[in-house]
Design a protein around this ligand. Structure first.
Ligand SMILES: [Mn+2]
Length: 254
């Protein structure tokens, strides 16, 4: 079964921003505070988050953790101020769903978002689907995202959820710095396939945590964002279908 990508005929407004891979701790901390402050100061018509906003998301009860709560509230206030929010879940927060939409007023696009921008087809994915050589991971992903897991995840007792979140915090302090080994990296053939499958002219992803901007033969233009706090962790939509990379810190430091 091929994942359904939602295509919108309405393009993104000029000034829209794209970020990915923040890996924020649902328990909170200095990085969460920084993000909340950034969101509060943000002036943009739309914010797209291409997955792994959270280091882990266990379903609706995760919101009861202090960091998750602060992030949800900051995004909800941002939407109230008039900024559209679009989230493509990542492998770390694939359980983000309808509850998150209703809390924030944003939209969650389970398998990716496509927009028609100045006559071009722009496709936004998290990017783990491009790691096609990592067969073990792709299999695990199908299991994790299956019906039973979607059923069980939200039913995890809160105490167990909190304990798991604490364990993860200890284990994955360096998640953002971690780089995948070659056989787990994104495959150019999978990028090219986005052109034949979805007629994508531009493909924007996160997941690899390292900036690239390439155009493989017969493929779409392919942009990978730096992880949050990287030099090019933000992509801004300009007029006439152009985009520019920048650092998120440039946007709110005046
Ligand atoms: Mn990821």
């Amino acid at each position: 079964m091929k994942p359904q990508i939602e295509w919108r005929s309405e393009g993104l407004p000029v000034g829209s921003l794209v970020i990915a891979d923040l890996h924020l701790d649902p328990l909170g901390g200095a990085r969460v505070d920084h993000f909340v402050d950034w969101v509060a100061a943000l002036e943009a018509p739309a914010l797209l988050i291409l997955g792994d906003l959270f280091e882990a998301w266990f379903g609706p009860k995760t919101r009861r953790l202090a960091g998750a709560q602060a992030i949800v509230e900051a995004l909800a206030a941002m939407v109230q101020r008039g900024t559209q929010l679009h989230v493509v879940p990542g492998n770390r927060d694939f359980l983000l769903g309808r509850d998150f939409e209703s809390w924030t007023g944003g939209r969650v696009h389970d398998h990716g978002l496509g927009v028609v921008q100045n006559g071009e087809r722009w496709l936004f994915l998290h990017g783990d689907e491009l790691c096609t050589l990592d067969v073990g991971y792709q299999r695990l992903k199908r299991v994790l995202r299956s019906g039973p897991m979607r059923f069980l995840g939200p039913r995890l007792p809160f105490t167990l959820l909190k304990r798991t979140a604490r364990k993860l915090r200890e284990a994955s302090g360096k998640a953002v710095a971690r780089k995948p080994v070659p056989e787990k990296s994104m495959q150019v053939s999978a990028v090219v396939a986005q052109r034949s499958q979805h007629q994508a002219d531009l493909l924007v992803v996160g997941h690899a945590h390292e900036w690239r901007d390439e155009r493989p033969a017969n493929g779409p233009r392919w942009i990978v964002l730096d992880a949050w706090e990287g030099e090019r962790d933000t992509l801004r939509v300009l007029a006439e279908g152009a985009v520019e990379p920048l650092s998120h810190a440039e946007l709110t430091s005046k």
